[in-house]
Design a protein around this ligand. Structure first.
Ligand code: SF4
Ligand code: SF4
Ligand code: FES
Length: 423
């Protein structure tokens, strides 16, 4: 047994005491075997110290998806996170080589301690929300999931941010033609493509960590889009083009994802939602030639072409190439291209003002800033190497597996997500 401190972000809307109005932090000391989970620590807190602590859970085995929270700033499942590891991570984040917790005998007689600081949200240099300079090393910070309204303590309202969006993607099979006399039979290999998205347990950890959703709460989001791929990739579904068209032409649809990898890090089941979103995009833009309302496909292509050719991003060419690709596009721009370019002007001006785009003279096409040494050459080499490895990565990046990709090893979700994450 070891002792641990859980610093929990609390919110008790029914509270009448002044110090409990709004959100506040409260610390609790618990004693547990290090191999038990943070959820076990929270349940011990509720049972022994404060029966008003609200936490949602059911299976305690990473199956039901109920116990999503943030631990040390990372969205995850409380029941899948060992408390000893969480304390070690907390110590690492606070920059200390300190012990994981304290020995059981060091626990003060009152094992529940209010940390003070009602309504405060401190951010330490390690970037973990809730950690404060005076916190002892190894304090595990537990918060409700992000991007969702908090109902009470660690319980969030997943209806508007998760379930509503989940229903938005029509998460059921829409088969073509008359139903068969018995079940729909498909070869097992043809389901390999959707194995990863089938593994989702709807915990919302990816939604909680999604950076695009922070900027645009209407973004359909990683969990719902991963589920959309589950049916787009199902050989029995008869509405593939319609589904892709719908998701591409929703201004808050699949092109809202900024490839930040956060959902891949957060997902406890190896679903890798970002990869599923990339596969939706490839299918829509390349195979079904769907041009989306946000010009996302053309922008992505222009971005890749630009860096591949120059070894760095030439902002002066990016917008024009996105809206008016190629020589023909520039000589005879479509009305939609001119309109799109004009609409992008405020973004370009903002980019110049914030320094994201380079100084005005360097925005002249061809007068592009050169990186020191042969940095641009190295980037071009990376592109060539990536192109050579493309077949290997096809299965989970663009959904076109070669024969070797259908091996059991390639199908295993967790290993695949790691491979994809390094791509
Ligand atoms: S990769 Fe895309 S969907 Fe995933 S968290 Fe980042 S922005 Fe959201
Ligand atoms: S994709 Fe992963 S993180 Fe997102 S809801 Fe499903 S299981 Fe949870
Ligand atoms: S309690 Fe079911 S996933 Fe954690």
């Amino acid at each position: 047994m070891a002792a641990y401190t859980l610093k929990v972000r609390r919110y008790q809307p029914e509270a009448t005491e002044d110090e409990k109005r709004g959100a506040y932090w409260e610390s609790f000391d618990v004693e547990l075997d290090p191999t038990l989970s943070v959820l076990d620590g929270l349940l011990q807190t509720r049972d022994d110290h404060d029966g008003t602590l609200a936490v949602r859970c059911s299976c305690r085995a990473a199956i039901c998806g109920s116990c999503g929270v943030k631990i040390n700033g990372q969205s995850t499942l409380a029941c899948k996170t060992q408390i000893g590891e969480a304390a070690a991570e907390a110590a690492r984040l606070s920059g200390s080589s300190g012990e994981r917790g304290r020995n059981a005998q060091d626990i003060p007689s009152s094992s529940t301690q209010r940390s003070g600081g009602t309504g405060r949200e401190a951010e330490d240099p390690s970037g973990v929300i809730g950690r404060e300079a005076e916190d002892p090393s190894g304090v595990i910070v537990v918060e409700p999931m992000g991007n969702m309204p908090v109902i009470k303590d660690l319980v969030t309202d997943m209806e508007s941010t998760h379930w509503e969006k989940f229903r938005r993607v029509t998460p059921w099979l829409l088969p073509a033609g008359p139903p068969p006399e018995r079940e729909y039979i498909v070869p097992a290999e043809s389901m390999v493509d959707v194995t990863q998205s089938v593994a989702c347990i709807q915990c919302g950890a990816c939604v909680s960590s999604c950076l695009s959703m922070e900027a645009d709460p209407e973004f359909i989001g990683p969990a719902a889009l991963a589920k959309a791929y589950r049916f787009v990739g199902d050989p029995r579904d008869g509405q593939t083009t319609e589904r892709l068209f719908d998701l591409a032409n929703d201004p808050h649809g699949m092109y809202d994802c900024t490839h930040c990898f956060s959902c891949i890090d957060a997902c406890p089941k190896g679903v890798a939602p970002m990869n599923q979103i990339m596969r939706l995009r490839r299918l829509a833009g390349d195979e079904h030639e769907i041009r989306d309302v946000n010009n996302g496909h053309n922008h992505e292509m222009a971005f890749v072409k630009n860096i591949e050719k120059k070894g760095t991003l030439d902002e002066s060419l990016l917008l024009q190439e996105s809206y008016a690709p190629g020589v023909k596009g520039k000589l005879m721009p479509r009305v939609a291209a001119i309109k799109g370019l004009l609409q992008s002007l405020p973004t370009a001006v903002r980019g110049i003002r914030t320094g994201k785009m380079r100084s005005v003279p360097k925005l002249i096409p061809g007068v592009h800033h050169k990186l020191p040494g042969d940095a641009q050459g190295h980037v071009k080499e990376i592109y060539e190497r990536a192109e050579e490895s493309r077949i290997q990565l096809n299965l989970y990046i663009i959904g076109e597996g070669g024969e070797e990709d259908t091996s059991a090893e390639a199908v295993e979700p967790e290993s695949v997500s790691e491979e994809s994450a390094t791509a």
